[in-house]
Design a protein around this ligand. Structure first.
Ligand code: BEZ
Length: 247
């Protein structure tokens, strides 16, 4: 997924900033074991640990885990796949911010999450929900098609009903779920381009570098009326938040 921790931290801090609010929903308790699933460079793991919880962070990217270990040497991090992980000791909570929309099929991640929670354990997650970045991805897919490229979007943005059903099927009781718009400002005049280069690289993998500038220009021109306001790019994020319990 992401392999450039420096670029991620320099230009996409808003992902972590939005997640700080989710740590409040988690309300970590001193001494409890918490898994941060898709921990990236570990900023939110560190916030959870600051409450006295014993945190383990896992991420698919070895580069992200290396950066997390460098910044937070006192915490425990490991490379791990959200669809295929297990721990001998159960967790009191699994926390996940802005990661589960990258994981397909979602059932595999939910099965692992449910399996690693102890009785009464909670799952607190936020991911992109239905409609997420629809303006950007529509424009990007249209511009790619105009150039003869027809990639599949790599993301999974479920509706509230669909995801709540999958969480229940994994054996967890959904206590709270919410689907809401979060228009997200992206700093810098190059913000939209930075976003596409970082997050939509899977869509443009087959596009020769010589064609990319014209592609970004065309996408920017298409979405500018909807997403550029008062000199700031604003991504059309829609979030899905879930709190569920293992009974
Ligand atoms: C998101 O956090 O919603 C997201 C990030 C990158 C690509 C698509 C969605």
């Amino acid at each position: 997924m992401f392999q450039d921790p420096k670029r991620y931290q320099a230009k996409h801090q808003y992902v972590t900033a939005a997640g700080a609010d989710l740590v409040e929903v988690l309300a970590p308790q001193a001494g409890e074991r918490v898994l941060d699933l898709g921990c990236g460079t570990g900023q939110l793991s560190a916030q959870i640990a600051a409450a006295g919880a014993e945190v383990v962070g896992i991420d698919l990217s070895a580069e992200m885990i290396e950066a997390a270990r460098e910044q937070f040497p006192g915490l425990s991090f490991a490379v791990g796949d959200a669809r295929d992980f297990s721990f001998a000791k159960p967790f009191a909570a699994v926390f996940s911010n802005a990661v589960l929309h990258w994981i397909k099929p979602p059932e595999e991640a939910l099965a692992r999450i449910a399996a690693c929670l102890g009785p009464g354990g909670r799952f607190v997650a936020e991911l992109g929900g239905a409609r997420n970045v629809a303006t950007i991805s529509r424009a990007l897919l249209d511009q790619l098609a105009a150039r003869g490229f027809y990639p599949q979007a790599p993301w999974y943005f479920p509706s509230l009903g669909e995801y709540a059903r999958l969480v229940e099927q994994a054996g967890l009781r959904v206590a709270y779920a919410s689907h809401f718009a979060r228009p997200t400002p992206i700093e810098h005049e190059s913000g939209l381009r930075d976003w596409m280069e970082m997050f939509a690289d899977a869509l443009t993998a087959d596009v020769p570098p010589s064609m990319r500038t014209a592609l970004w220009d065309a996408v920017e021109a298409t979405v500018r009326p909807a997403l550029y306001r008062d000199g700031v790019w604003c991504a059309d994020y829609w979030r899905l938040r879930v709190v569920a319990y293992k009974e």
